[in-house]
Design a protein around this ligand. Structure first.
Ligand SMILES: O=P(O)(O)OC[C@H]1O[C@@H](O)[C@H](O)[C@@H](O)[C@@H]1O
Length: 305
Protein backbone atom coordinates (compact mmCIF):
# COMPACT_ATOMS: atom_id res chain seq x y z
CA UNK A 1 0.00 0.00 0.00
CA UNK A 2 1.30 3.46 -0.86
CA UNK A 3 2.75 5.68 1.83
CA UNK A 4 1.00 8.93 2.66
CA UNK A 5 2.03 11.84 4.93
CA UNK A 6 -1.61 11.90 6.08
CA UNK A 7 -2.50 9.78 9.13
CA UNK A 8 -5.67 8.04 7.99
CA UNK A 9 -5.99 6.06 11.23
CA UNK A 10 -7.56 9.16 12.87
CA UNK A 11 -9.94 9.75 10.00
CA UNK A 12 -13.69 9.55 10.67
CA UNK A 13 -14.89 8.79 7.15
CA UNK A 14 -11.87 7.85 5.04
CA UNK A 15 -9.75 4.73 4.76
CA UNK A 16 -7.28 3.26 2.34
CA UNK A 17 -8.32 -0.09 0.81
CA UNK A 18 -6.90 -2.28 -1.92
CA UNK A 19 -8.73 -2.77 -5.25
CA UNK A 20 -6.76 -5.72 -6.61
CA UNK A 21 -3.31 -4.16 -7.21
CA UNK A 22 -4.38 -0.53 -6.73
CA UNK A 23 -4.74 1.52 -3.53
CA UNK A 24 -8.06 3.32 -3.23
CA UNK A 25 -9.28 6.00 -0.84
CA UNK A 26 -12.75 5.03 0.28
CA UNK A 27 -14.82 7.90 1.70
CA UNK A 28 -18.04 6.98 3.51
CA UNK A 29 -19.50 10.22 4.86
CA UNK A 30 -23.10 10.28 6.19
CA UNK A 31 -24.00 12.66 3.32
CA UNK A 32 -22.15 10.99 0.41
CA UNK A 33 -19.71 8.30 -0.63
CA UNK A 34 -16.70 8.47 -2.94
CA UNK A 35 -13.81 6.31 -4.11
CA UNK A 36 -10.54 7.77 -5.39
CA UNK A 37 -7.64 5.69 -6.68
CA UNK A 38 -4.12 6.83 -5.85
CA UNK A 39 -3.11 5.67 -9.32
CA UNK A 40 -3.92 8.57 -11.59
CA UNK A 41 -5.75 10.48 -8.79
CA UNK A 42 -8.76 8.89 -10.43
CA UNK A 43 -12.15 9.41 -8.81
CA UNK A 44 -14.23 6.27 -9.49
CA UNK A 45 -17.51 7.14 -7.81
CA UNK A 46 -19.25 10.05 -6.14
CA UNK A 47 -22.79 9.66 -4.85
CA UNK A 48 -24.81 11.72 -2.38
CA UNK A 49 -26.52 9.37 0.06
CA UNK A 50 -29.59 7.78 -1.52
CA UNK A 51 -28.43 8.52 -5.10
CA UNK A 52 -26.58 6.53 -7.73
CA UNK A 53 -23.06 7.61 -8.62
CA UNK A 54 -22.87 10.79 -10.71
CA UNK A 55 -19.96 9.29 -12.67
CA UNK A 56 -19.96 6.12 -14.75
CA UNK A 57 -17.65 3.20 -14.04
CA UNK A 58 -17.31 0.29 -16.44
CA UNK A 59 -18.72 -3.08 -15.34
CA UNK A 60 -15.47 -4.56 -16.59
CA UNK A 61 -13.22 -2.05 -14.81
CA UNK A 62 -9.95 -3.68 -13.83
CA UNK A 63 -7.41 -2.54 -11.25
CA UNK A 64 -4.02 -3.10 -12.81
CA UNK A 65 -0.79 -1.16 -12.20
CA UNK A 66 0.07 1.15 -15.08
CA UNK A 67 -3.32 0.89 -16.82
CA UNK A 68 -5.96 3.61 -16.53
CA UNK A 69 -9.28 2.30 -15.22
CA UNK A 70 -12.23 2.77 -17.61
CA UNK A 71 -14.59 5.24 -15.98
CA UNK A 72 -14.80 7.91 -13.29
CA UNK A 73 -12.57 10.95 -13.85
CA UNK A 74 -9.20 10.04 -15.38
CA UNK A 75 -6.68 12.90 -15.30
CA UNK A 76 -5.10 13.58 -18.70
CA UNK A 77 -1.88 15.56 -18.11
CA UNK A 78 0.55 17.06 -19.24
CA UNK A 79 -0.94 16.57 -22.67
CA UNK A 80 -4.41 15.67 -23.90
CA UNK A 81 -5.11 12.97 -26.52
CA UNK A 82 -2.56 11.83 -29.04
CA UNK A 83 0.68 13.74 -28.59
CA UNK A 84 1.00 14.39 -32.33
CA UNK A 85 -2.35 16.24 -32.36
CA UNK A 86 -1.06 18.81 -29.85
CA UNK A 87 0.26 22.23 -30.91
CA UNK A 88 4.03 22.62 -31.41
CA UNK A 89 4.27 24.49 -28.09
CA UNK A 90 3.20 21.28 -26.25
CA UNK A 91 5.17 18.95 -28.52
CA UNK A 92 8.31 21.02 -27.82
CA UNK A 93 8.34 19.37 -24.37
CA UNK A 94 7.90 15.86 -25.81
CA UNK A 95 10.25 13.31 -27.29
CA UNK A 96 7.96 12.38 -30.18
CA UNK A 97 10.31 9.58 -31.33
CA UNK A 98 9.57 7.72 -28.06
CA UNK A 99 5.80 7.55 -28.72
CA UNK A 100 4.43 9.51 -25.76
CA UNK A 101 1.32 7.69 -24.47
CA UNK A 102 -2.15 9.06 -25.28
CA UNK A 103 -3.52 11.46 -22.64
CA UNK A 104 -0.13 11.89 -20.90
CA UNK A 105 1.42 9.85 -18.11
CA UNK A 106 -0.33 11.24 -15.01
CA UNK A 107 -3.26 8.83 -15.29
CA UNK A 108 -1.06 5.77 -14.78
CA UNK A 109 1.22 7.12 -12.01
CA UNK A 110 0.68 6.68 -8.27
CA UNK A 111 -0.04 10.07 -6.65
CA UNK A 112 0.50 10.89 -2.95
CA UNK A 113 -2.28 11.92 -0.60
CA UNK A 114 -1.14 15.41 0.44
CA UNK A 115 -4.16 16.71 2.36
CA UNK A 116 -7.38 15.46 3.95
CA UNK A 117 -10.00 17.60 5.70
CA UNK A 118 -13.20 16.13 7.13
CA UNK A 119 -16.18 17.88 8.71
CA UNK A 120 -19.88 17.29 9.34
CA UNK A 121 -20.80 18.62 5.89
CA UNK A 122 -17.80 17.94 3.63
CA UNK A 123 -14.60 16.11 2.90
CA UNK A 124 -11.67 17.61 1.02
CA UNK A 125 -8.91 15.45 -0.42
CA UNK A 126 -5.74 16.49 -2.22
CA UNK A 127 -3.31 14.30 -4.13
CA UNK A 128 0.03 15.41 -5.57
CA UNK A 129 2.28 14.15 -8.35
CA UNK A 130 5.81 15.39 -8.91
CA UNK A 131 7.06 13.74 -12.09
CA UNK A 132 10.71 12.81 -11.77
CA UNK A 133 13.49 11.67 -14.03
CA UNK A 134 11.58 8.52 -15.05
CA UNK A 135 9.69 10.61 -17.62
CA UNK A 136 12.74 12.32 -19.12
CA UNK A 137 12.58 10.05 -22.17
CA UNK A 138 9.13 11.42 -23.13
CA UNK A 139 8.74 14.83 -21.44
CA UNK A 140 11.22 17.53 -20.46
CA UNK A 141 8.96 19.68 -18.24
CA UNK A 142 9.44 20.34 -14.53
CA UNK A 143 6.21 20.70 -12.61
CA UNK A 144 4.12 19.67 -9.62
CA UNK A 145 0.47 18.84 -10.22
CA UNK A 146 -2.21 18.67 -7.53
CA UNK A 147 -5.72 17.25 -7.76
CA UNK A 148 -8.15 18.50 -5.11
CA UNK A 149 -11.73 17.40 -4.46
CA UNK A 150 -14.32 19.16 -2.32
CA UNK A 151 -17.28 16.86 -1.68
CA UNK A 152 -20.60 17.75 -0.05
CA UNK A 153 -24.14 16.34 -0.18
CA UNK A 154 -24.92 18.73 -3.05
CA UNK A 155 -21.78 19.03 -5.12
CA UNK A 156 -18.49 17.63 -6.25
CA UNK A 157 -15.70 20.02 -7.11
CA UNK A 158 -12.41 18.85 -8.58
CA UNK A 159 -9.51 21.10 -9.48
CA UNK A 160 -6.22 20.35 -11.15
CA UNK A 161 -3.43 22.78 -10.32
CA UNK A 162 -0.13 22.83 -12.17
CA UNK A 163 2.92 24.65 -10.81
CA UNK A 164 5.83 25.21 -13.18
CA UNK A 165 8.86 24.38 -11.04
CA UNK A 166 11.28 24.81 -13.94
CA UNK A 167 13.30 27.84 -15.01
CA UNK A 168 11.71 28.20 -18.46
CA UNK A 169 8.07 28.52 -19.64
CA UNK A 170 5.97 25.34 -19.70
CA UNK A 171 3.11 24.71 -22.14
CA UNK A 172 0.72 21.83 -21.56
CA UNK A 173 -2.76 20.53 -22.42
CA UNK A 174 -4.98 18.56 -20.06
CA UNK A 175 -8.43 17.15 -19.34
CA UNK A 176 -10.59 15.92 -16.51
CA UNK A 177 -12.00 13.12 -18.64
CA UNK A 178 -15.31 12.63 -16.84
CA UNK A 179 -17.46 9.59 -17.71
CA UNK A 180 -21.18 10.11 -17.04
CA UNK A 181 -23.95 7.51 -16.77
CA UNK A 182 -27.17 7.53 -18.77
CA UNK A 183 -30.02 5.06 -19.03
CA UNK A 184 -30.28 5.87 -22.76
CA UNK A 185 -27.61 7.55 -24.88
CA UNK A 186 -30.23 8.26 -27.57
CA UNK A 187 -32.24 10.31 -25.05
CA UNK A 188 -29.24 12.19 -23.68
CA UNK A 189 -28.77 15.90 -24.43
CA UNK A 190 -26.08 18.43 -23.56
CA UNK A 191 -27.24 22.03 -23.28
CA UNK A 192 -25.01 25.10 -23.23
CA UNK A 193 -23.00 24.66 -26.43
CA UNK A 194 -25.44 26.20 -28.94
CA UNK A 195 -23.59 28.57 -31.25
CA UNK A 196 -20.17 27.39 -30.10
CA UNK A 197 -17.46 26.16 -32.46
CA UNK A 198 -16.04 22.64 -32.31
CA UNK A 199 -13.45 20.48 -34.03
CA UNK A 200 -15.05 17.39 -35.58
CA UNK A 201 -12.13 14.99 -35.10
CA UNK A 202 -13.96 12.24 -37.03
CA UNK A 203 -14.01 14.39 -40.20
CA UNK A 204 -10.37 15.45 -40.42
CA UNK A 205 -10.65 17.94 -37.54
CA UNK A 206 -12.87 20.28 -39.58
CA UNK A 207 -14.22 23.28 -37.62
CA UNK A 208 -18.02 23.41 -37.28
CA UNK A 209 -20.62 25.34 -35.28
CA UNK A 210 -23.11 23.69 -32.94
CA UNK A 211 -26.82 24.31 -33.43
CA UNK A 212 -29.11 23.53 -30.50
CA UNK A 213 -28.39 20.84 -27.91
CA UNK A 214 -25.76 18.17 -28.50
CA UNK A 215 -27.31 14.73 -28.99
CA UNK A 216 -25.74 11.37 -29.76
CA UNK A 217 -26.62 9.53 -32.99
CA UNK A 218 -23.31 7.81 -33.77
CA UNK A 219 -19.64 7.84 -32.79
CA UNK A 220 -18.96 11.26 -31.29
CA UNK A 221 -15.50 12.73 -30.70
CA UNK A 222 -15.48 16.52 -30.72
CA UNK A 223 -13.50 19.30 -29.11
CA UNK A 224 -15.89 22.15 -28.29
CA UNK A 225 -14.87 25.68 -27.40
CA UNK A 226 -17.45 26.86 -24.87
CA UNK A 227 -17.45 30.33 -23.34
CA UNK A 228 -15.04 30.57 -20.42
CA UNK A 229 -16.68 29.57 -17.14
CA UNK A 230 -19.70 28.21 -19.01
CA UNK A 231 -22.24 25.97 -17.31
CA UNK A 232 -23.43 22.92 -19.22
CA UNK A 233 -26.55 20.89 -18.50
CA UNK A 234 -26.13 17.15 -18.97
CA UNK A 235 -29.67 15.87 -19.44
CA UNK A 236 -30.37 12.14 -19.22
CA UNK A 237 -33.68 10.33 -18.63
CA UNK A 238 -32.76 9.74 -14.99
CA UNK A 239 -31.31 13.14 -13.98
CA UNK A 240 -29.88 16.48 -15.07
CA UNK A 241 -26.41 17.35 -13.85
CA UNK A 242 -24.96 20.85 -14.00
CA UNK A 243 -21.32 20.94 -15.05
CA UNK A 244 -19.41 24.15 -14.37
CA UNK A 245 -15.92 24.54 -15.82
CA UNK A 246 -13.43 27.17 -14.66
CA UNK A 247 -10.16 28.11 -16.39
CA UNK A 248 -11.09 25.69 -19.18
CA UNK A 249 -12.04 26.96 -22.64
CA UNK A 250 -12.36 23.58 -24.34
CA UNK A 251 -14.56 20.59 -23.72
CA UNK A 252 -14.42 17.15 -25.32
CA UNK A 253 -17.66 15.28 -25.96
CA UNK A 254 -17.11 11.58 -26.61
CA UNK A 255 -19.04 8.37 -27.15
CA UNK A 256 -17.36 5.46 -28.97
CA UNK A 257 -20.64 4.00 -30.31
CA UNK A 258 -20.72 0.42 -31.64
CA UNK A 259 -17.53 -0.28 -33.62
CA UNK A 260 -15.02 1.62 -31.48
CA UNK A 261 -16.56 0.15 -28.30
CA UNK A 262 -15.27 -3.27 -29.42
CA UNK A 263 -11.71 -1.96 -29.60
CA UNK A 264 -11.62 -0.34 -26.13
CA UNK A 265 -10.07 -1.94 -23.07
CA UNK A 266 -12.23 -2.55 -19.96
CA UNK A 267 -15.38 -1.74 -21.95
CA UNK A 268 -18.29 -4.11 -22.54
CA UNK A 269 -19.48 -4.17 -26.17
CA UNK A 270 -22.87 -2.60 -25.35
CA UNK A 271 -21.60 -0.12 -22.73
CA UNK A 272 -21.68 2.78 -25.23
CA UNK A 273 -25.46 2.88 -24.69
CA UNK A 274 -25.17 3.84 -21.02
CA UNK A 275 -22.25 6.31 -20.86
CA UNK A 276 -20.87 9.49 -22.39
CA UNK A 277 -17.88 11.70 -21.63
CA UNK A 278 -17.86 15.47 -21.22
CA UNK A 279 -14.29 16.46 -20.51
CA UNK A 280 -13.29 19.72 -18.83
CA UNK A 281 -10.12 20.60 -20.70
CA UNK A 282 -7.44 22.82 -22.07
CA UNK A 283 -7.04 21.11 -25.43
CA UNK A 284 -6.37 21.82 -29.14
CA UNK A 285 -5.34 25.51 -29.32
CA UNK A 286 -6.61 26.13 -25.79
CA UNK A 287 -3.29 25.19 -24.16
CA UNK A 288 -1.82 26.70 -20.98
CA UNK A 289 1.58 28.39 -20.88
CA UNK A 290 3.09 29.02 -17.45
CA UNK A 291 6.08 31.23 -16.77
CA UNK A 292 8.69 29.79 -14.39
CA UNK A 293 7.15 29.67 -10.92
CA UNK A 294 3.60 30.36 -12.15
CA UNK A 295 0.60 28.11 -11.54
CA UNK A 296 -2.79 27.40 -13.14
CA UNK A 297 -5.93 25.74 -11.75
CA UNK A 298 -8.67 24.21 -13.86
CA UNK A 299 -11.83 23.29 -11.98
CA UNK A 300 -15.02 21.34 -12.62
CA UNK A 301 -18.08 21.62 -10.40
CA UNK A 302 -20.91 19.10 -10.59
CA UNK A 303 -24.32 19.47 -9.00
CA UNK A 304 -27.77 18.01 -9.62
CA UNK A 305 -30.83 20.04 -10.64
O1 LIG B 1 -9.08 4.85 -24.47
P1 LIG B 1 -8.52 6.15 -23.93
O2 LIG B 1 -7.04 6.34 -24.21
O3 LIG B 1 -8.83 6.32 -22.47
O4 LIG B 1 -9.24 7.32 -24.71
C1 LIG B 1 -10.62 7.40 -24.74
C2 LIG B 1 -11.09 8.56 -25.61
O5 LIG B 1 -10.71 9.76 -24.98
C3 LIG B 1 -11.24 10.93 -25.63
O6 LIG B 1 -10.82 12.05 -24.91
C4 LIG B 1 -10.72 11.01 -27.03
O7 LIG B 1 -11.26 12.16 -27.64
C5 LIG B 1 -11.07 9.75 -27.79
O8 LIG B 1 -10.53 9.81 -29.10
C6 LIG B 1 -10.54 8.54 -27.03
O9 LIG B 1 -10.95 7.35 -27.71
Amino acid sequence: MSTSPIDLSKSAFTRLVQRKSLACLEIRHPAFRADILLQGAQLLQFAPTGQDSWVWLSNSADYVEGVSVRGGIPVCWPWFGNADRNPASVQDHLQMANNPPAHGFARTQVWNISDLYESADRVEVEMTLQPGQQFANVWNGSAVVKARWVMTARSLRMSLTTLNTGTTPLTFSQALHTYFPTTSIQQTRLRGLHGREYLETLEGWVRKTQTGDVSFTGETDRIYFPATNQNLQLMTPQQTLQLGCDQSASCIVWNPWIAKARRLGQFQPDAWQTMFCVETANAADDVVTLAAGAHHSMTLTLSRS
